[in-house]
Write a protein that binds this ligand. Sequence first.
Ligand SMILES: NC(=O)c1ccc[n+]([C@@H]2O[C@H](COP(=O)([O-])OP(=O)(O)OC[C@H]3O[C@@H](n4cnc5c(N)ncnc54)[C@H](OP(=O)(O)O)[C@@H]3O)[C@@H](O)[C@H]2O)c1
Length: 283
Amino acid sequence: MNDDGMTTIGLLHPGAMGSSIGAAAQASGARVVWVSEGRSEATVARARADGFEDVDWLNGLVNQSRIILSVCPPEFAVELAEEVCALGYRGIYVDANAIAPATSRTIAELVERNNGSYVDGGIIGGPARQPDTTRLYLAGAQAQFAAQFLDKGNLEVNCIEGDAGAASALKMAYAAWTKGTSALLADVIALALAEGVHDSLVAEWERSQPELVQRSERGLPGAAAKAWRFVGEMEEIAATFEANGLPDGFHRAAAEVYRRLEQFKDDPNAPGGADLAKHLLPD
Ligand SMILES: NC(=O)c1ccc[n+]([C@@H]2O[C@H](COP(=O)([O-])OP(=O)(O)OC[C@H]3O[C@@H](n4cnc5c(N)ncnc54)[C@H](OP(=O)(O)O)[C@@H]3O)[C@@H](O)[C@H]2O)c1
C-alpha cells in the first residue's frame, strides 16, 4: 500500500492489452506503476495516456508492488518472471500471458521458491476498453484476492477451479481454435493460389461457405498485424497438445504460417484474402 492507502500494482508491461488491464486496475482503486527502461515509444505513449506512474527501474517496481501483472509476448514470460524473482520479489505474481500450463507451472515454481504467491491468468477478448469485451480468468490460492483489484472497470474477472495451469489451459484451448483456424484459412488460400484454383475456390465458398470469404477478408488482416506475437503462442499451444499425448502438428504449422507473416507487424493496413496469403508462398 502507498501513503494514500492504495494497493500498488506493478504492470509489466503496458502493451495494447496490458495497458487496458492497468486501466481496469486503476478503476478498481489500485495505483499502477510501470518501468519505462527498455520500452518503445508506443509503450511509453500508452502508459502516459493511462496515467500510470513510471518508476524507471524494475527494482523500484518490485519493491513497491503488492501484485505484479505480467502481460507481455508469451515467449518472454519466463525470462520476465526470472528477472522479477532475482530481485527478491515476495508478493503476488500474476502471469496473464498466452502460455502452456507447463510454462505457467515453471513460473509458479520460480515465484514460490522465492516465498511469493503465484496466480495463473488467461485473457480472452481484445483490449479491455469497453465493457463486456474481455475476460481475465484466474486460478490459484490468491486469485480472489487479486481479482478485487482488477474487476471494477471494463475487465470481467473470473476465478476458476484448478492449479497454477488451469487458466492457461483454458486460454490454450480457446486460442487453439480461434488463431489455429485463422492460420489454416490463410494456408488454404495460399494452396489454392499455388494450384491456380483460387478464384474457383472463392466462388464455391461464396455459394456453400460464405462465412469463410468474410473471415478471409475481415479477420485475416488483424491476425496478420499480430502474427509476430502469435508465433510464440502457437508454439505454447503445440506444447500443450504434446504434453497431453495429442497431435501437435496443427499448431507447429500454424506457428510457421504466422512466422511467414511477421513482416506485417502492427500494420493497420495489412491485407486479407489472397493479398495476404500470397506471402506464405516461397518466392
Ligand atoms: N492484444 C490482445 O487482443 C490480446 C488478447 C488476449 C491475450 N493477450 C495477451 O496479452 C499479452 C500481451 O499482448 P499485447 O497485445 O499487450 O501485446 P503488445 O501490444 O505487443 O505489448 C507487449 C508489451 O510487452 C513488451 N515487451 C516487448 N518485448 C518484451 C520482452 N522481451 N520482455 C518483456 N516485455 C516485452 C512490449 O514493450 P515494447 O514493445 O515497448 O518493447 C509491450 O509493452 C500476450 O501474452 C497476449 O497473448 C493479448
